[in-house]
Structures are given as structure tokens and as C-alpha cells.
Ligand binder design. Structure first.
Ligand SMILES: [Zn+2]
Length: 239
């Protein structure tokens, strides 16, 4: 499995918004500016075939209309979007706001295949299987983390979340964990350095990559043997 950290930051950090490209064709989240970032990283947008969206905060899905515009320009005929009901319902409003003059032309040219994520349901996509793990993030409904599996690899990708039973389950099951580390101390919206270091200690054989990294986290997080602090653009091959 190829994991490319397109972005690793939270809204207020210098890092680009958290977003991951998997196997050169699947995006997790579509934050504002991600199309520019993909182009800078020499990614051919024509290869993009699916987008999984963790939740409906702007820094996780506001580039959807720009992605559609680019795919239409490249004459791509279809894209799969896995998201919650609310994002699907707001999509038409988004694209109409983004391109009031040509949105209907876009929608005529590309087949957008929405799948509504359901809690704990498994979705097979190409050679991967995604399980939608329900995630708690403040008062927002229908937020998800993903357990991503291919043959013998299990990767846990947390969306924005605090440290819940579901995240503990993800940590128990997966060998590689990509986890929200927005705060110094975890609260009811995000995980913090305290949660991450506890997980590193509890699971010394697992690799923990922090993500959605808050400002000041880089300078304050204590190093640990199984902790990786990725930079925007970093690529990892897991096998
Ligand atoms: Zn959020």
C-alpha cells in the first residue's frame, strides 16, 4: 500500500490541511487547495477515482467542486465519493455556488457516484477494503475514521476525533495508525499529544503517524521510537 501524506496539518498550522492519497488513486478528504497541492506533487488528476470524506468541516471537503472541474476538463467520466448524507445533500449547493455559470454542464459530463457511509460497514474499492468507523468530534454527527486493509496490512486513519472506544479499537486492530494530533491535551473535539504518547507506549510494535497536526505540536511532542511526525508530501510504502 502506498500512502502519500498530501497534507498533515490542522487549520491554524503552517502545514497543508490533512489529506492522504492512497495507491495513487484514492483520496481521503478533499481540503481547500488540495488540487493545487496534487498538481505541485506531479499527480495526474485523471488517475483519481475515489474520495473518502471523514466529516463535514470545511478543511476536509471544500475542494470537491474544484476536483470535479478538473476531472471534467480532463474528460474523466466518473468519480466515486464516499461520504455522509449531509455532505451528499450539500454537494449540489456547493458546486452551484462555486461555478454558477457552468455547474450543470459539469454535472452532465461526469457521473458522480455517491455512497453514503454507514457505521461499521465495509466498502471494497479496488484491491482495498475500507471500514467506516464511527468517530466522535465535538457535536458533529456522522464523522468517520477508516480502517483500510489490503491482504496483510491494516491501516487506521482517524478523522478529526477525540480518544474514544472506537479509536481504541482502531489502535488494537491496525498495525499502522494515522491519528489526529491537533492539541497539546486531548479534549472533546480532538486528540492531543497526551493521547498519542499513551498509544505509543501501549503499542510499542505499531507505527503511529500523527496527522492534522496543530500549531506548536512539532516543537513540543516528545520523541518515541514508534512515532513518526510526517511532513507534507512524505510517501510511505507498506508491505
Ligand atoms: Zn473537523
Amino acid at each position: 500500500m502506498k500512502l502519500e501524506f498530501m497534507g498533515t496539518g490542522s487549520i491554524g498550522s503552517k502545514r497543508f490541511n490533512a489529506c492522504m492519497l492512497i495507491n495513487d488513486c484514492i483520496l481521503i478528504d478533499a481540503p481547500p487547495g488540495v488540487v493545487k497541492h496534487l498538481i505541485q506533487n506531479k499527480f495526474n488528476l485523471g488517475k483519481l477515482s475515489a474520495i473518502f470524506i471523514t466529516h463535514q468541516h470545511a478543511d476536509h471537503y471544500f475542494d470537491l467542486p474544484i476536483i470535479i472541474q478538473q476531472l471534467v476538463e480532463k474528460n474523466i467520466k466518473k468519480i466515486s465519493i464516499f461520504c455522509n448524507q449531509s455532505i451528499k445533500e450539500s454537494f449540489n449547493t456547493m458546486i452551484k455556488l462555486a461555478f454558477p455559470d457552468v455547474y450543470q454542464d459539469f454535472l452532465n459530463k461526469i457521473n458522480i457516484n455517491f455512497t453514503i457511509l454507514e457505521q461499521n460497514k465495509k466498502y471494497n474499492y479496488k484491491e482495498l477494503q475500507f471500514t467506516a468507523i464511527p468517530t466522535k468530534h465535538g457535536d458533529l454527527n456522522q464523522c468517520f475514521s477508516f480502517m483500510i486493509s489490503s491482504s496483510n496490512i491494516l491501516v487506521g486513519y482517524s478523522g478529526d476525533t477525540y480518544y474514544t472506544d472506537e479509536i481504541q479499537y482502531l489502535c488494537k486492530e491496525c498495525n499502522h495508525l494515522i491519528l489526529d494530533c491537533t492539541k497539546q491535551i486531548g479534549d472533546n473535539e480532538h486528540m492531543g499529544i497526551d493521547n498519542i504518547l499513551n498509544i505509543c507506549n501501549q503499542y510499542p510494535d505499531k507505527i503511529i503517524y500523527i496527522n492534522h497536526i496543530g500549531k506548536d505540536i512539532d516543537n513540543t511532542i516528545q520523541k518515541s521510537n514508534n512515532l513518526i511526525i510526517p511532513n507534507d508530501g512524505d510517501i510511505y510504502y507498506l508491505n
